[in-house]
Design a protein around this ligand. Structure first.
Ligand code: AP5
Length: 211
C-alpha cells in the first residue's frame, strides 16, 4: 500500500472531502494546510494574522511560511499521510522533495462549472471542520454538523470574487506542480466530470489506486 500521498486539484475539487474519508478507511493521517491556517486565524496567532489577508482574497500564503508549517507537521506524523493543499507552487514541491518520499499523487480533475457550483454551496463545521454541501451533501439537520453537533458556516473565501481569484491562482501557480510529479512517475488522474457523482464512488477509485 502507498503511504505518503498528495491530493492535488483545484479549489473545490474534493481534496478535503476525499482525504477525510480515506483517513477513516485506511488510517492515513490527513494534513490539510488550509485547515491548519484557518485554526491559526481563529486563535488570532501571529501566523493567523499574517495569513488571513491572503486567504480572504484567495491568494497563496508565502512559500517560506508554508514550507515551515509543513516541515513541523511531518516531524510529528507517524505512518502514512495525505497532504491536502500542499504543495501549491513549484518551490513548495521542490522543498517537499528534500524532506519526504512521496509514493503517489492523486490529481483530481473537475470541470470549472462543477467547482463554482460546489464552492458556492459548501458549508463547514466551526468545531471539527467536517465539510458538507447545501446542494450535494446536506447535513441531516440544517446548520448542524452530523459528526459533532457544531455550527455550520460558509468560508470567507467562498464568495464569488474570491472563488474567481482562487481559480486563477491555481492555474498560474499550482497547475505546473502536476508536471513536476508526472516526471517523477507518481501521478494518477481521477476525474469527476459531473456534480452528482457520489463521493464514496470517487473514494472507492482512490482507495484502489492507493492499495
Ligand atoms: P484550502 O483550504 O486548501 O482550499 P482549496 O485548495 O481552495 O481547496 P478547498 O478546501 O476549497 O477545496 P477541496 O478540494 O478540499 O474541496 P472540498 O472537499 O471542500 O486553502 C485555503 C487557503 O489557504 C488558500 O486559498 C491559501 O490562501 C491558503 N493555503 C493553504 N495551503 C497553502 C499552501 N500550501 N500554500 C500557500 N497558501 C496555502 O469540496 C468542495 C465542496 O464540494 C464541498 O461542499 C463538498 O461537500 C462538495 N463535494 C466534493 N466532492 C463531491 C462529490 N463527489 N459529490 C458532491 N459534492 C461533493
Amino acid at each position: 500500500m502507498k503511504k505518503h500521498l498528495i491530493f492535488l486539484g483545484p479549489p473545490g475539487a474534493g481534496k478535503g472531502t476525499y482525504a477525510s474519508r480515506v483517513e477513516k478507511r485506511l488510517g492515513h493521517k490527513q494534513i490539510a494546510t488550509g485547515d491548519i491556517l484557518r485554526e491559526e486565524v481563529k486563535k488570532e496567532t501571529e501566523l493567523g494574522k499574517k495569513a488571513q489577508k491572503y486567504m480572504e482574497a484567495g491568494d497563496l500564503v508565502p512559500d517560506k511560511i508554508m514550507i515551515n508549517i509543513l516541515e513541523k507537521k511531518l516531524e510529528e506524523v507517524e505512518g502514512g499521510y495525505i497532504l491536502d493543499g500542499f504543495p501549491r507552487t513549484i518551490e513548495q514541491a521542490k522543498a517537499l522533495d528534500k524532506i519526504a518520499d512521496i509514493d503517489l499523487v492523486v490529481n483530481l480533475n473537475v470541470p470549472e462549472k462543477v467547482i463554482i457550483q460546489r464552492l458556492s454551496s459548501r458549508i463547514i463545521c466551526k468545531e471539527c471542520g467536517e465539510v458538507f454541501n447545501k446542494l450535494t451533501l446536506p447535513p441531516k439537520e440544517e446548520g448542524v454538523c452530523d459528526e459533532c453537533g457544531g455550527e455550520l458556516y460558509q468560508r470567507e473565501d467562498d464568495r464569488p470574487e474570491a472563488i474567481r481569484n482562487r481559480l486563477k491562482v491555481y492555474e498560474k501557480q499550482t497547475a505546473p506542480v502536476i508536471d513536476h510529479y508526472k516526471k517523477q512517475g507518481v501521478l494518477e488522474n481521477v476525474s469527476c466530470k459531473k456534480a452528482d457523482v457520489p463521493p464514496e464512488q470517487i473514494v472507492d477509485k482512490i482507495v484502489k489506486i492507493i492499495k
